[in-house]
Every structure is written in C-alpha cells, then in structure tokens.
Write a protein that binds this ligand. Structure first.
Ligand code: 13P
Length: 284
C-alpha cells in the first residue's frame, strides 16, 4: 500500500478512541521492523525520522527506503519528520515526500513559535503534507536537541488551544511532563491537560517521550485523548541490546545476517507490544 497522510490515520484513531505508535527509525532494518510489526498486528503505524537519521541518510533516501519497505504492506503507514528545527530540512522533507513533519520551534517564545510554525504549515499544506507543532518544552535529549528537565514547561489547555488555532497545525504536542530518553526519576505527568483539551476540542493530540512509561500510564494517556504516541529510545535500546546479546552468545558466528535477524525479531516483538497497548492492533 502507498504511504498515507498521517492526519487521516490520526483522525481515524481519534474517532475510534485509540492511539497510533510513531516509532523512530535509524536504518532500513528498523523501518522494516515497523512495517512487519504493523502487518503482524494489522495496525496503522508512523515511521518517524529524527534529525540524526536524516543527517545520516538524507530525506530523499529515507523516502525511498520507507516507500520500498511499505510497498507490499496492506496496512496504513506514513513517514513523519520528528522534531524539525531547521527550515531548510523541513522544506526538503516536505518536497521529497514525507507525509507529515513536526516543526519544533518550542525553544522560541510563544509568539515566535506561532510565527515559525504557521510558516511551515502554509508550505506543508500547499503540498498536502500535515504538520505537528509543539507548545511547551519536552525535556530530555532527542538526537542533538537537548532540553533541561527543570526547564520542562507544562502547557496549559488555554495556551495549547490558542497555539493550535493561530498556527493551523494538524496535530498538537503539548508538554505534559513526559521527557525524551530514559526516565531517571518518576515523571510528574499532567494528564488532565490532555483530558481538558480533548473535552473542549477535536484536536489530534501527540504524546512525546514514550519510552519508559508504565503500561497503566500509557493506557491512561490513550483514554485521556492521545492519538499519536512517540517511541524512540526504546527502539534504539532494544536494537543495541539484541546485537550485544547475540554477539555475546555467539562469539564464533560471523554470519552477520543471523545477528541482524535476531535484532530485527527483537525490535518487531517490542513494537507489537506497543501496538497492542495503544489499541491500534486490529485497526488497520
Ligand atoms: P523517547 O525517546 O522517550 O521514546 O521519546 C520519543 C519522542 O518523543 C520522539 O519525539
């Protein structure tokens, strides 16, 4: 199936009261793992590329890789640019065939964030590409974007609604206390913010910092109205750990295809558990 527009996938999730996993990929193997897991679970899924992956492959190659991996799939899949901060890269991704992009101007003051985000929305919408915007700061590290934990600003529902209305974004990431990377302390989440936005609007809502949240918290977030759930660190962790485990246990095995196959199966299994947890399994 050709890739689909992320916004359509998320509208279906909102209407069906489930959430779609957006999984950060680092290479072709991890892209294929998302496709395989989505097929196995008959789930929609978002393949997400961060600035590091984009730097490694370039937008055109990533589009080609994703289209190739998704070509034989029967489930809705899309390619999304995660945390775009560079307008040049965003323009390239929009032109190259990404189905959606995130403009992350959250480091700027509110009005400037609105101005930058609205500009990207105009450009993306002209080419049928949907846009995610962020209001408030999601703490932690996503590739080269670093935000201090104590600088994590919780978004108020009022600010979030004003931001969405003034920018015209298609989906909204509001800072509710989640953070990128591994949680070193129990995060203090403000899930009520999501509930309040959901009660007042039909917005498509995004949760960042998926790695390390307890299953019960993930379920609560989905019930509160989350439609897109980002997972990055867990993909890299499972990938690394699987390679390490296989190599440690098979020191005389030099058929690297076997090593990679072990990692592929491990990543796929982990992604499937998220699809079940998020309620997207069986919704393709
Ligand atoms: P984690 O690395 O905590 O899973 O966060 C992913 C994310 O929000 C990507 O934007």
């Amino acid at each position: 199936m050709p890739l689909v527009n992320t916004v359509e996938m998320l509208k279906a999730a909102r209407d069906g009261k489930y959430c779609v996993g957006a999984f950060n990929v680092v290479d072709y193997l991890s892209i294929e793992a998302v496709v395989k897991a989505a097929e196995n679970r008959q789930s929609p899924a978002i393949i997400q590329a961060s600035s590091g992956t984009i730097k490694r492959f370039g937008v055109k190659t990533l589009v080609e890789m994703t289209r190739t991996a998704a070509a034989k799939s029967t489930v809705p899949l899309s390619l999304h640019l995660d945390h775009g901060t560079d307008c040049k890269v965003l323009s390239e991704a929009i032109a190259a065939g990404f189905n959606s992009v995130m403009i992350d101007a959250s480091a700027h003051p509110f009005e400037k964030n609105i101005e930058i985000t609205a500009g990207v929305v105009r450009e993306a919408h002209a080419r049928g590409v949907s846009v995610e915007g962020e209001i408030g700061v999601v703490a932690g590290v996503e590739d080269d974007i670093v935000a201090a934990h104590d600088a994590s600003l919780y978004t108020t529902p009022e600010q979030a609604i004003e931001f969405k209305e003034k920018t015209g974004i298609d989906f909204l990431a509001a800072a509710i206390g989640t953070a990128h990377g591994v949680y070193k302390v129990e995060p203090k989440l403000n899930i009520d913010t999501l509930r309040q936005i959901r009660a007042q609007t039909d917005y498509l809502l995004v949760v960042h910092g998926g790695t390390g949240l307890a299953d019960c918290v993930v379920r609560e977030l989905v019930e509160a109205g989350a439609n897109k759930f980002n997972v990055s660190t867990m993909v890299k962790q499972v990938y690394n750990d699987a390679l390490f485990e296989y190599i440690s246990n098979n020191r005389e095995e030099y058929n690297i295809l076997k090593t990679l196959d072990y990692a592929f199966k491990s990543i796929t299994a982990m992604l499937e558990t998220y699809m079940v947890l998020l309620g997207s399994a069986g919704r393709a």
